[in-house]
Design a protein around this ligand. Structure first.
Ligand code: FAD
Length: 496
């Protein structure tokens, strides 16, 4: 690093916003606010990163809304968000050249491509005598802070979480900075900035986002509102109700966490505070914390075992005889498999950009085991359609279901989609909501319409194969086929 000339008090400090689009409990922003230097807030959108993953369509929609709100909040404080478009390193370095800041700060990211980009930008800035400060704004425990006794990464959730949760949350979350003194960005640097519409994050023709708009209030204010609702109404009962698919009983924090519209620490503390204010059965708080623990574990895996979305964690799955079946894949994507619980989940996803966790497990299992289609096909569909599509949670969830992941569900455990529906949506209300074409079927037959008596189908105006598909595979046959495939894989691995 070159020797730094003394900083001028009017030189700016840059806060590079990434997956931390909030003012409260944002360590990078808090650092900048307390530095005494005037602040410049920046976001860079790279539509086609050379390394790493381009954002999916639903997440792009969310990002647009989230940036709009962040910019609005910063404007109300007298500043605004500078939007840059293009390759991240080039965009940051060009901007820095124009405004000559004393420092650039950001909250850390964890995929290999992001870490490499950040490391490269850090060196380039320091070589130009610009300081860099980085913080943890995304996780309770960063991946390298938790290790086995031998210093190795964990591969089993239970052991990981026992170790990780021991000294979680040393600091309570901080409020938004009281005030921010903004830097007046010179015209020469402004020329590099673009408008939100120029980022082209929203769909135009066709505009498929109506269901997303109806469902979500994005951004930091939406996050706070939803969190307050969840801890007041649903936390006490979470462990019991979280699998009830027709209930709105989970937090729906996942898309807000994706872009950091609130921090996991804020969630953790809000849940703790609610539990202290009104005693609730400890199992509910505990279960909710465990789910946040799964998110931490997924980041642990993403960090230690890249590339999680491309490579089987258990390499013996490389030899899995996946089927290429475009028609079946399309039926699954569109929610037309003939298995109501699978179809309801896939339609909830298509309409709202979110799917209940139980439905994620069942739909994913159906693709991988009943249809014997490679989990990467499903992961990439979810990546494109989920508003919470996450570099860690999505591939970790898919590999868990497929059996190829760390601490995964065993491959031979194959969900029966009818029994799953009967157990977690006994009245069929979740199915009725998402599958209007069968909503008049009674609870006794809605989970398996092909087994309903002809007069029952007629009374509900269901014509199988016309108004609602017949099952695209037979459960028993598909189950046997999946088990055979797994047995072949197991034998090959043993004989190697
Ligand atoms: P809650 O039940 O309220 O849980 C609170 C938070 O804990 C969630 O917001 C999430 O951050 C975390 N969490 C809960 N369950 C899990 C889990 N199994 N793994 C990791 N973190 C968890 N989650 C995503 O955030 N993004 C994804 O792209 C994603 N893809 C998935 C794909 C598959 C195939 C599966 C099986 C799961 C996936 N999950 C993903 C995990 C989980 O389904 C969602 O986090 C959860 O449904 C979000 O709803 P919620 O916020 O109401 O969850």
């Amino acid at each position: 690093m070159r020797d730094r000339p003394p900083a001028h008090p009017n030189q700016p400090i840059v806060v590079w916003f990434r997956d931390d689009q909030r003012l409260a409990d944002n360590p990078a922003l808090a650092h900048a606010a307390s530095s005494g230097y005037p602040v410049v807030c920046v976001y860079v959108h790279d539509p086609e990163p050379r390394h790493g993953r381009a954002l999916g369509a639903a997440v792009r929609w969310w990002l647009h809304e989230s940036l709009r709100e962040l910019d609005g909040t910063l404007r109300s404080l007298g500043g605004g968000l500078v939007l840059l478009r293009g390759e991240e390193q080039e965009a940051i370095l060009t901007f820095v050249k124009a405004i000559r800041p004393v420092e650039v700060c950001w909250n850390r990211r964890y995929s290999l491509a992001q870490r490499q980009t950040d490391a490269s930008i850090k060196s380039a800035l320091e070589a130009r005598a610009v300081s860099v400060s980085t913080f943890n704004g995304h996780l309770l425990r960063e991946p390298w802070k938790v290790a086995t006794r031998n210093g190795e990464p964990f591969q089993v959730f239970g052991a990981y979480w026992r170790a990780a949760r021991q000294d979680i949350c040393p600091e309570p979350p901080r409020p938004s900075p009281d005030a921010l003194r903004f830097f007046c960005v010179p015209e020469s640097a402004r020329a590099q900035a673009v408008g939100l519409a120029d980022l082209k994050l929203q769909p135009d023709t066709p505009d498929w986002a109506a269901g997303l708009r109806e469902t979500w209030k994005c951004g930091e204010s939406g996050a706070q509102e939803r969190l307050r609702h969840f801890v007041a109404q649903e936390l006490d009962g979470y462990a019991t109700n979280r699998d009830a698919m027709a209930r709105d009983a989970t937090s729906k924090m996942s898309p807000y966490l994706r872009f950091g519209n609130l921090s996991v620490r804020q969630i953790w503390y809000a849940a703790l505070a609610a539990a202290q204010a009104e005693p609730l059965a400890s199992e509910h708080l505990r279960k909710f914390q465990d789910e946040l623990g799964w998110r931490e574990f997924s980041y642990h895996l993403l960090y230690h075992f890249p590339p999680l979305h491309q490579v089987n964690f258990r390499r013996q799955f490389d030899a899995m005889p996946w089927r290429a079946d475009k028609q079946a894949l399309r039926a699954w994507q569109r929610g037309r498999t003939g298995y109501p619980i699978v179809d309801a989940g896939m339609r909830q996803l298509w309409r709202t950009g979110w799917m209940h966790n139980r439905a994620r497990m069942v739909t994913a299992s159906f693709l991988v085991k009943h249809l014997l289609i490679d989990w990467r096909e499903g992961e990439s569909w979810f990546w494109d359609t989920l508003v919470d599509a996450d570099e860690a949670n999505n591939p970790a969830g898919w590999q868990w279901v497929a059996g190829s992941g760390a601490d995964a569900a065993p491959y031979f455990r194959i969900f029966n989609p009818v029994l799953q529906g009967q157990k977690f949506d006994p009245q069929g209300n979740y199915l009725r909501h998402w599958l209007p074409e069968i909503h008049r079927l009674p609870a006794a037959s809605i989970h398996a319409p092909w087994q309903a008596a002809p007069d029952q189908l007629a009374a509900a105006s269901v014509r199988l194969g016309e108004t609602y598909p017949r099952p695209i595979v037979d459960h028993q046959q598909a189950r046997t086929r999946a088990l055979d495939a797994f047995e072949t894989l197991r034998r090959q691995h043993r004989d190697r």
